[in-house]
Design a protein around this ligand. Structure first.
Ligand code: COA
Length: 317
């Protein structure tokens, strides 16, 4: 069996910044409330007509390809994790066109905020099987299109963005362990559902308290399972990159796992919850800042609507 390496990252966010104070002009909230409950200070929002999931994803993808030292022509597969595609029929092929990745087949996968981790494991199977050599995995979401901007319980949380990694086949397998889970019994906790009366998709609804409880119990469980499969102790992890939903969730998982706070990657203050984009967006920031180094052991976990959640342990490069 062949192995998997992650050899380059990239990210992209829209230019427009929306601060907590900007939000306080739309709904009855405050910077103080949002900061203490979530850790979020600002988010990026798509507001130009020519910017969307495809353009953000392609921009992040282009940077990841350059960082990996390959070209778009080298790509065999593009996996786009998104639950807010520009087109419900799929947006990955548009990304393929924008990148000029003529040889690559491209498809979307939808697993909400778990999309990047589900995509990572999906892509890894093609590499391990020897089917493909170079895969671009992108997480991209534009949740601002689907937020109810008069619901202060949800609109404060989300932002737009994209992050990408290039995965390559290798003799050595750097994907050390993973665990993926779903539980449809919690499907009603977080939705962006088709509404028969509206004849379109209704804005996001969420039971925040229940989602919070789910995250702080389910995430440590899958992380521990994935660490066990990776044959690694918690202390051997260099970085914990959780889906950037809420600083309180990050802190609770860090405390439960007994991971040193300095190992927890967090950039949600600047971007909010960018769904499938959040993990590669944070990874890319830490890689470009020189904090994450080749060989570092990274534990990552995505969690969210479905319910869906998962963890993966990998070494960078
Ligand atoms: N500004 C000011 N007050 C707000 C508010 C806001 N943006 N949103 C809610 N409130 C109010 C509520 O109306 C409620 O008031 P009441 O007591 O008068 O009814 C009070 O604050 C408490 O609301 P509650 O929903 O119980 O707050 P909470 O402590 O659970 O925090 C979340 C809300 C959304 C921050 C929190 O539940 C959370 O982070 N959940 C996880 C969400 C998540 O990460 N989802 C994505 C997963 S992928």
């Amino acid at each position: 069996m062949r192995g998997v390496r992650l050899i380059g990252s990239g990210s992209s966010v829209p230019d427009k910044v929306m601060t907590n104070d900007d939000l306080a002009e739309l709904v009855d909230t405050s910077d103080e409330w949002i900061t203490t409950r979530t850790g979020i200070k600002q988010r990026r929002i798509v507001d130009a007509p020519d910017v969307g999931v495809a353009t953000l994803a392609a921009d992040a993808g282009r940077k990841a390809i350059a960082a990996a030292g390959i070209t778009a022509q080298d790509l065999d597969l593009i996996v786009l994790a998104t639950s807010t595609p520009d087109d419900l029929f799929g947006t990955a092929a548009k990304v393929q066109e924008l990148l000029g990745a003529e040889r690559a087949v491209a498809f979307d996968i939808s697993a909400a905020c778990s999309g990047f981790v589900f995509g990572l494991v999906t892509a890894a199977q093609f590499l391990r099987a020897g089917t493909y050599q170079n895969i671009l995995l992108i997480g991209a979401d534009v949740l601002s299109r689907w937020v109810n901007w008069s619901d202060r319980g949800t609109c404060i949380l989300f932002g737009d963005g994209a992050g990408a990694v290039v995965m390559q086949d290798s003799e050595q397998d750097r994907l050390l362990g993973f665990e993926l889970r779903s539980d449809g019994r919690g499907n009603g906790l977080l939705n962006l559902s088709y509404d028969r009366d509206l004849q379109t998709y209704a804005p996001i609804t969420m039971n925040g308290k229940e989602v919070y409880k789910f995250a702080v119990t389910a995430v440590p469980e899958v992380l521990e399972k994935a660490l066990h499969r990776a044959n690694l102790q918690v202390a051997e992890i260099d970085w914990l990159i959780l889906h950037q939903a809420n600083q309180r969730i990050l802190d609770a998982v860090q405390a439960r796992m007994g991971i040193e706070p300095t190992k927890v990657v967090s950039n949600l203050a600047n971007y909010g919850n960018t769904s499938a984009a959040s993990i590669p967006l944070a990874l890319d920031e830490w890689v470009r800042a020189g904090k994450i180094k080749p060989g570092d052991a990274i534990a990552t976990s995505g969690f969210g609507a479905g319910l869906s959640w998962g963890a993966a342990i990998f070494r960078w490069h």
